[in-house]
Design a protein. Structure first.
Length: 276
């Protein structure tokens, strides 16, 4: 007597449109034809994580390859890369393929790593040798939980990321500084002058543009302000800039650039379209 064991359908499949599924299944079919048992799972994931059906975006595919019973040689890895690239070209350039080793994927799951959890939770197995869907079922039943190691590993990123966020704000000020200096150099070059080093820009503006009443004195002050700011940032004398002050700096830099834009256009008597 042959038992009929009903299999639950992955509800995530409803989040994909027919074209996404067609592309994904065609890719999985060709991959299996090429690599056979070397493949442990091919998973469609991505848009379900955001509950968005994207008709024109990437079709994200995860390929889990066997590095447990197979030892991937350099020749195999290179051949795999070439074949996958050609397959993506042949099937659909919308495909975005990520390949991961079985041992690595298992470590993600064992530790309860968010990357592995998201793929399990949101993925649809196009090819499964018997581990992806059972692991997904265990996850949905609350049987897979993060390890203490994974908790501390991810928490350790938080302070570093906050520090990086502060540096990005400081870097934004340096970018504003260069916007001001580049604009000032352009204004000086319009006069036929050789652009000076940044520390002399304000002086040249004063002599060549402010004294002849082509430019208000406040613009030399803006140049000086940004020059001193970037020096203090680079020397770690300033380690943090608050949001309100950042907004003020941006408005000043934007005002400077727009003023120089007007000045240059008047000089050439041909208005170029603004790019900011």
């Amino acid at each position: 007597m042959e038992f009929q064991v009903p299999k639950q359908q992955n509800p995530n499949i409803k989040s994909y449109n027919k074209e996404e599924l067609r592309v994904a299944y065609e890719f999985a079919k060709r991959m299996h034809g090429e690599f056979g048992d070397f493949l442990k799972a091919i998973v469609l994931f991505g848009s379900t994580a955001k509950h968005i059906v994207n008709k024109a975006g990437d079709v994200d595919i995860l390929v889990v390859v066997d590095d447990v019973t197979v030892t991937p040689t350099q020749e195999l890895v290179e051949a795999y890369r070439i074949i996958v690239e050609k397959m993506v070209t042949d099937v659909s350039t919308r495909l975005h393929v990520t390949t991961i080793k079985l041992s690595t994927f298992w470590e993600y799951i064992r530790a309860g790593d968010p990357i592995g959890m998201n793929i399990l939770r949101d993925g649809v197995a196009l090819l499964d040798t018997g581990f992806f869907d059972p692991l997904r079922a265990l996850l949905m039943r609350g049987r897979i939980r993060p390890s203490e190691e994974a908790v501390w590993t991810y928490f350790a990123r938080a302070p570093r990321t906050l520090h990086n966020a502060k540096w990005h704000v400081l870097q934004a000020v340096i970018d504003m500084y260069w916007a001001v200096i580049d604009a000032a150099h352009a204004a000086i070059m319009v006069l036929g002058e050789t652009p000076p080093s940044p520390d002399h820009v304000a002086f040249i503006l004063e002599e060549k543009l402010i004294k002849p009443n082509h430019l208000d004195r406040k613009y030399a002050a803006i140049v000086n302000k940004f020059y001193l700011l970037q020096k203090k940032i680079m020397h770690r004398e300033i380690r943090e800039i608050k949001g309100a002050y950042l907004d003020t700096l941006f408005k000043e830099a934007q005002d400077f650039v727009e003023k120089i834009d007007d000045l240059i256009n008047k000089q050439f008597k041909t208005r170029k379209p603004k790019r900011f």
